[in-house]
Design a protein around this ligand. Structure first.
Ligand code: PAF
Length: 287
């Protein structure tokens, strides 16, 4: 496994692979790997010939009061884990390499970036879209792999690829959960042991919501009430939002039909976590 820090070296390596007819899979990450990241790399390994994982904590997607400086980082552990699952190249650029002085061009994804999670984190999805577009331009992968855990991010990336006619297949992979349901996230490391005990309530609330759809509930209001009710039982959990949206534009809906996403954001103590379930009104099961 090679570790590459510059755009020019990565391009050189990937041009060579492409000229040999290899299909390139890209897994964009901010590092501090958990099973969720590794499942994306495994999917890329299974579906493409050369797997590149980028590790870049992207300043553009963090708000001024967010955790950019404190975001967990452990490159030695990450590279060991990536090698184990068969990653070929790690691309670990510096901030200066990705955003050289004078680089002021960014993407604006419009409304999808301003609603639900985007309403709480202004500019976040524009930052994600900008860095992913840049990574796509650098690596020109055949496929790029993202987790369903960040469902709105996934919709944003699909929209960018569609809107800008990028020739990339976006592959989404299921959320990986701890045995008690807690969705894996690099930010879980912030949880105190008491927070950690309360944290599975998020997944439980979402699974109850999905069960309610399965039982025939058809109003978003009843789904949201169910989530609120479950989370109100945990004193250390402060729900920031629960929203029921369609999958593509992430527009909130009032009535349940088709494929939808139930998303939540909550503070557990001082740690902010997000999670979601997809529901399909055909089955009501997590889709
Ligand atoms: O999901 C993440 O880790 C980040 O948002 C991503 C897609 C790597 C862009 O920085």
């Amino acid at each position: 496994m090679k570790i590459i820090e510059t755009i020019s070296e990565l391009r050189e390596q990937l041009d060579e692979a492409r000229s040999e007819g290899k299909r390139i899979g890209l897994v964009p990450t901010m590092g501090y790997f958990h099973e969720g990241h590794l499942s994306l790399m495994e999917a890329a390994r299974a579906e493409t010939d050369l797997v590149v994982t980028s590790i870049f904590v992207n300043p553009l997607q963090f708000g001024p009061r967010e955790d950019f400086d404190g975001y967990p980082r452990d490159f030695a552990r990450d590279s060991m884990l990536a090698e184990k699952v068969g990653v070929d190249l790690i691309f670990q650029p510096s901030v200066g390499e990705m955003y050289p002085e004078g680089a002021t061009t960014t993407l604006d994804v419009g409304r999808i970036g301003e609603i639900v999670e985007g309403a709480i984190r202004p500019g976040h999805f524009n930052g994600v879209a900008t860095v992913c577009t840049k990574l796509f331009n650098i690596a020109q992968p055949h496929k790029a792999f993202f987790g369903q855990k960040d469902a709105q991010q996934l919709s944003v990336i699909r929209k960018v690829v569609r809107d800008l006619a990028m020739n990339i297949d976006i592959v989404d992979c299921p959320t990986v959960r701890e045995a008690d349901g807690l969705a894996m996230s690099s930010r879980n490391v912030y949880l105190t042991s008491d927070d950690r005990k309360a944290a599975p309530a998020l997944a439980e609330a979402l699974f109850s919501a999905s069960a309610l759809v399965q039982e025939g509930a058809r109003s978003a209001a009843s789904i949201k009430a169910c989530v609120r009710e479950r989370l109100s039982q945990e004193s250390s959990v402060k729900l920031q939002y629960v929203e029921v949206t369609e999958e593509n534009g992430f527009e909130p809906v009032e009535n349940i039909s088709g494929r939808l996403v139930v998303s939540i954001a909550a503070f557990i103590g001082t740690t902010r976590l997000i999670d979601n379930v997809r529901v399909d009104v055909g089955t009501g099961k997590p889709a």
